[in-house]
Write a new protein. Structure first.
Length: 173
């Protein structure tokens, strides 16, 4: 890429060069952030064990590429605003780390039913439905859920970051 540098009235050439380097740096972080978002979405989808819920917040929809704002050294783009995730998809920690923010590793007891499929599925059909908190099944029965197994970490953040290292190397060639 050939870049023409034109000093503006009252600005030194080193100042203009620094501004251009800042632009390149910001453009590169945007390219990387967008690639990282795609990798995060793929890692989340690849680690899915239940069907996609039809309504409500989806984790990958809460992870966005955002311009970093702040001091002069805070130029660029980032992926996945923790404050947004904590507010709109607080279960992100459970899925990635297998642990809630409180430190809990198994879901709490709850009443409801699974849907679609059987309200109280057997082992063979257990992963075919989503838990519907507080909703009775098609027969009007409200089932109790007493989780006895910890949520397994999906490590989608780590998977995406591993792929991003190679993308950074490609970009720097």
């Amino acid at each position: 890429m050939i870049t023409a540098l034109i000093a503006r009235q009252g600005e030194s050439i080193p100042t203009v060069i620094q501004q251009e380097i800042g632009k390149l740096s910001e453009e590169h972080t945007k390219i990387l952030a967008e690639a990282h978002k795609k990798e995060l979405d793929k890692a989340i989808e690849d680690s899915r064990v239940r069907p996609v819920k039809q309504v409500g917040n989806h984790l990958k929809d809460q992870i966005a590429v955002e311009k970093i704002v702040g001091g002069e050294n805070s130029k660029g783009y980032g992926v996945g605003n923790i404050e947004t995730l904590n507010q709109k998809a607080p279960w992100w920690r459970w899925i990635n780390f297998g642990r809630a923010a409180s430190g809990r590793t198994a879901p709490p007891e709850d009443g409801g039913s699974f849907a679609p499929g059987e309200g109280k599925p057997n082992r063979a059909s257990f992963r075919s439905g989503l838990w519907q908190h507080g909703k009775p099944d098609s027969n009007g029965t409200l089932w109790g859920l007493l989780p006895n197994k910890d949520i397994q970490p999906h490590n989608y953040i780590e998977k995406a970051l591993g792929i991003m290292i190679s993308k950074v190397r490609e970009l720097l060639k």
